[in-house]
Design a protein. Structure first.
Length: 368
């Protein structure tokens, strides 16, 4: 028999609302104290035990805390209402439960090894608890920024995404669960694409045209934040997919464009032909494996989205933190030209980036 409050279908605790301990904005000590109280309320520690809480990060939209108890470590994640960026950026905190649903979907449709298990969700506090990755885990972003490229990792990243998209294609139950586009609009369309259209009004018609299929086409489960910072490399070779609060049933073009963009940005930042080759490897491997019936059209959507994302990560509401002023200008020049020209083939994008970093083409070997 399941204990009180446990949903028999999901196996996770669902707790009612209670008053969250008061804390000052930006006061991390208060955040840690609040999480410690919640952990005790959830029954994860004994009354006489003092849980050890440490900040893991969470990007701009979440508080993510590692909690060490006598029974082991767990991760507590809580959604923020005001995102940590310079511009005002508000978002619905209930998106955390969309993330919980997506983590379960990843485990269901791709495999238990590709996402952490959700142990508990608290709807009153917009929080969830999940299993903690083993020591020695690191994000793919850490490796990439350190200049480390590994084709095996790139292929796995492509395979996970292609499998998720292919397995949920035209899946009625998944569409019912993830049909709402509100989070996608709040966290991607408005702060990224609407913002760059406002800041680059000469490109507005091209941007509006490229946005349309991202909102109108409903094909499969889209992660919405498939980025190297959200891909955790475990010591045993597994890759965990994290941070899927922007998940929705939509156009698969967004995910592959989003992830590829980060590799292109790092190739420009590091002036690295190796990163550019991995971007091409990721792109080619994904489209080969996903084998969508309308793949050619969706790939064109993805290229146009990729160009917009390049510009959005320097002039949108969430610019990447590692680009220098020189790097930002390079990205801005390349992406503006791609958008203005209406480019919809990846080879043209690859060539533009290669020219920007002063590299000649070095073809990617076909993966088997």
């Amino acid at each position: 028999m399941l204990p009180t409050g446990v949903n028999s279908k999901s196996g996770a605790l669902h707790l009612p609302s209670a008053t969250l301990p008061a804390k000052r904005d930006g006061d991390m000590n208060a955040d840690l104290q609040a999480v410690a109280q919640l952990v005790r309320r959830w029954g994860l520690v004994a009354d006489d035990e003092a849980p050890q809480c440490s900040v893991l990060g969470g990007g701009v939209s979440n508080l993510v805390i590692k909690v060490q108890t006598k029974k082991g470590a767990v991760v507590v994640k809580q959604a923020l209402g005001q995102l940590r960026v310079q511009d005002e950026w508000l978002a619905d905190r209930s998106r955390i439960f969309r993330e919980v649903a997506c983590l379960r979907a990843l485990r269901q449709f791709v495999g238990d090894e590709v996402a952490p298990k959700v142990l508990l969700e608290d709807r009153g506090h917009f929080a969830c608890v999940m299993e903690c990755a083993p020591d020695g885990s690191k994000t793919w972003k850490q490796d990439l920024l350190a200049g480390i490229v590994n084709p095996t990792v790139t292929e796995k990243v492509a395979t996970i995404l292609a499998t998720l998209h292919r397995a949920t294609l035209a899946h009625h139950e998944v569409q019912e669960t993830f049909g709402d586009l509100s989070n996608f609009i709040e966290l991607r369309i408005d702060p990224y694409f609407v913002t760059i259209a406002q800041r680059h009004p000469d490109l507005r018609p091209h941007i509006e045209t490229a946005i349309e299929p991202l909102l109108s086409l409903r094909r499969c489960l889209v992660h919405g934040d498939y980025s190297p910072k959200n891909l955790l490399l475990l010591p045993d070779g597994r890759i965990w997919v994290l941070d899927c609060e922007v998940a929705h049933f939509g156009n698969p073009a967004f995910d592959i464009a989003f992830c590829t963009n980060h590799l292109l940005l790092k190739s420009i930042h590091l002036k690295s032909p190796a990163h550019l080759r991995e971007a091409e490897r990721l792109w080619r491997s994904y489209w080969t494996q996903v084998a969508l019936p309308d793949g050619a059209e969706r790939e064109r959507d993805a290229v146009r989205t990729l160009a917009m994302l390049m510009l959005a990560r320097v002039d949108g509401k969430s610019p990447v933190e590692y680009l220098t002023d020189e790097g930002k200008q390079v990205v801005r020049q390349v992406s503006r030209q791609l958008i203005a020209d209406g480019v919809d083939d990846f080879e043209t994008v690859r060539h533009a980036v290669a020219e920007a970093i002063g590299q000649q083409r070095q073809p990617v070997a076909n993966s088997q």
